[in-house]
Every structure is written in C-alpha cells, then in structure tokens.
Ligand binder design. Structure first.
Ligand code: FA5
Length: 348
C-alpha cells in the first residue's frame, strides 16, 4: 500500500512539474484554455483522473493523497490565474500598439486652390475704383454690331474696325465683343447722369499672338459722365489708380491717340517695373507698357444715347487686365496667364 501511495504522490508531483513547465511558453488565451482543460478539466483533466483512485485508497492514505491533490490543484490554479492576467495584459498592450495614433506625424495637407492672377488683378482694380465711387457692372460677351461698333461712332466700313479683327457669330450682326466699350452704350441707354461705372470682362480679337498679345483677354471699361468733367479729371483718376495699384514711384505717360468714340483720346503707358524703365523684352525695349486706352466721351456718342452734350461731359477708359497683371506680378509673357500651368500659377 505504501508503494501505491508513494507512486500516487510521485505521479501528482510529476503532473505538477509538467503542468508548470508547459505553462511558461504559452502565449495565447486559446493555448491556455487547452492547458486548463488538459490539467484542471472537470471531466477528463489529468488531476481529475488521478483523483479517481481516491475511493480505492485506504482510510489513512486518502487524506494524504487528498491534501496533495488539493495542493497541486491550488498551485496550478494560482499559476493559471497569473498566466491569464499576464496574457490579458500582453494582449491589451498589443492591441494598443496596433491602434496607436502617432500624434507626432505631420497631417495630410489638402491643397487649397487660390484665385487666378487675372481674377485677382480684376478684384484689385475694381476695389480701387469702388473707393473712388464707381460701381461694378457686367456686360455680354456676345454682342451686336450696333453696341460694339455703330453706337461707338464706328459705322459699317469705318477703317477703325480693322484695328479689332473680329470673331463673327453672324457676320455683320452678332459678334464676340472686341472690347468692353459696348457697355458704355448699354449703361447710358439704361441710366441718367451722373454715371460712374467700371465693367470688367473677357474680350475677343483675331489677333497675332505674341508676348504681350492674346486673342482672348480681359479689359476693364470705365465710364464717368457728369455736368463738370474735364481731361484733368481723367488724368487725376487714372494717376490715382496707377499709384494705388503699383506704388507712387510708377510713372504714367499719356500719348495722344485716336478712338472714334472719344475726343481727345489718349493711350496710357506705365513705366515697366521689370526693367525700371530701362527697356526689356516685355516692354519691347521701350521702358513703357501700354495698359489702357482712354479719352473724353465723343459728343456723337452722347447724342446717340440721348444725353445732351451741351450739358453732360465725361471720360472713358479701357484697361488691359493682362497687361496690368504682367506689371503687377512681374510676368514677361502674357500667354502664361491662359496656360493654366500650375507650375506658373503657384508662383504668384
Ligand atoms: C480699346 O479696346 C478701347 N475700347 C479702349 C478705350 C475705352 C478707349 C474707352 C477709349 C475709351 P485698345 O484696343 O487699345 O482699346 O485696347 C485697350 C487695352 O487692352 C490696351 O491698352 C491693352 O492694354 C489691352 N489690349 C489690347 N489688345 C490686347 C491683346 N491682344 N492682348 C492683351 N491685351 C490687349
């Protein structure tokens, strides 16, 4: 009987040693559950198997074996509990590591668009004239011959038409406007003096394209009609505009010119900011860049819209927006504005 007891106690001890040895490399809860069933399982666990001999033991041996079984069970259960906690902590760590948010990573920037330099130039010019009391109007890009030419004192077959080689929609009748000046007529047709408006927009000409000429470009028309208005007001207004737009050091040059709808007429140049007036490619080596046409509104035009030229006088101008943008942002090539090339646009 002593042999059987000894054997049982040794078996229990071996079971404990094996169980503890097998426990240490276990890494997952699933493996641990298997271990639990194998050693401590209520039905077929190894400890349970060994306990099944208890009824066959003598009265004296039974408590000895019972104690040993309880001791082994207590050790295994304690170790199981510790292992469970260890695994739980490790699994939590892994989960945290997996889901970790690196707050030091730079964010992903969403590229923001920006206003095109031509739109920006239009907005800047408009703001200057708004401060001088002008309102901003929009016109039509598709015009009729009457407003684009005839009402502006350019009758059919007038040679001045040749200066603005025209894209016709219906030859002789409907066209893509060659200038923003037709809005002078439309404004005066619809309102009574005093008038103070500017009209930005696209214009179209069948033009030979080069560094300063486009076939589709932008103008800003200006018109002021009042009872007392002289060429000095025109000069003062444009000088104020140029100085606000480009700074007080920029020089203006009024060159006598001809437009059928103004008398007298002047083309206005601004000293080239790229070469400081010395002469470069973008100013065609003259030191000046032509930016606008202007003049005192012709009495014939006033009469056409029903204004009394004895009572009212006024001035008008047409600014080339691309030319302004070239001067303002130091761009030597007009075609860059219509290219929509981001490498260019991002620099402005
Ligand atoms: C006119 O278009 C007149 N309507 C201007 C005007 C308005 C005169 C009111 C009197 C009273 P012009 O063709 O010169 O004029 O054009 C005016 C401006 O537009 C020029 O000074 C220039 O800055 C710009 N411009 C003219 N042609 C082109 C072109 N092909 N590409 C880019 N800009 C141009």
């Amino acid at each position: 009987m002593v042999d059987q007891l000894e054997q049982l106690l040794t078996q229990l001890e071996t079971l404990r040693t094996h169980a503890v040895e097998e426990l240490s490399p276990i890494n997952t809860s699933a493996e641990l559950d298997e271990w639990d069933t194998r050693y401590l399982g209520r039905n077929r666990g190894e400890l349970k198997n060994l306990s099944s001999v208890m009824p066959k033991l003598s009265k004296e041996d039974r408590p000895v074996v019972g104690q040993k079984i309880n001791a082994v069970k207590a050790v295994l259960e304690r170790q199981l509990k510790e292992k469970r906690e260890e695994l739980k902590a490790r699994e939590l760590m892994l989960a945290l590591e997996r889901e970790r948010i690196d707050v030091t990573l730079p964010g992903r920037t969403i590229p923001a668009g920006r206003v095109h330099p031509i739109s920006r130039a239009i907005a800047e010019v408009s703001n200057i004239f708004l401060k001088m009391g002008f309102s901003v109007l929009q016109g039509y890009e598709v015009e009729d011959d009457y407003h684009n030419f005839q009402a502006l004192n350019i009758p059919v077959d007038h040679p001045a038409r040749d200066m603005q080689d025209t894209f016709w929609v219906e030859p002789g009748q409907i066209l893509l406007r060659t200038q923003t000046s037709p809005m002078q007529i439309r404004t005066m047709e619809q309102s009574q003096p005093p008038v103070r408006v500017i009209v930005p927009g696209k214009v179209y000409r069948n033009e030979d394209i080069d560094a300063t000429h486009e076939a589709v470009f932008h103008q800003i028309e200006g018109l002021l009609i009042d009872e007392h208005c002289t060429m000095a007001d025109l000069k003062g207004c444009l000088e104020r505009f140029a100085h606000e737009m480009f700074g007080p050091d920029r020089r203006l040059r009024f060159r006598s010119s001809y437009f059928p709808f103004t008398e007298p007429s002047a083309e206005v140049d601004i000293s080239c900011g790229l070469c400081n007036g010395k002469g470069c490619r973008s100013c065609k080596y003259s030191g000046w860049l032509e930016v606008l046409g202007s003049g005192m509104v012709h009495p014939k035009v006033l009469r056409k819209v029903g204004y009394d030229p004895e009572k009212y006088r006024g001035f008008a101008f047409g600014i080339g927006v691309e030319r302004i943008a070239m001067l303002k942002y130091d761009v030597g090539e007009i075609r860059l504005f219509s290219g929509n090339d981001l490498r260019f646009l991002r620099q402005l």
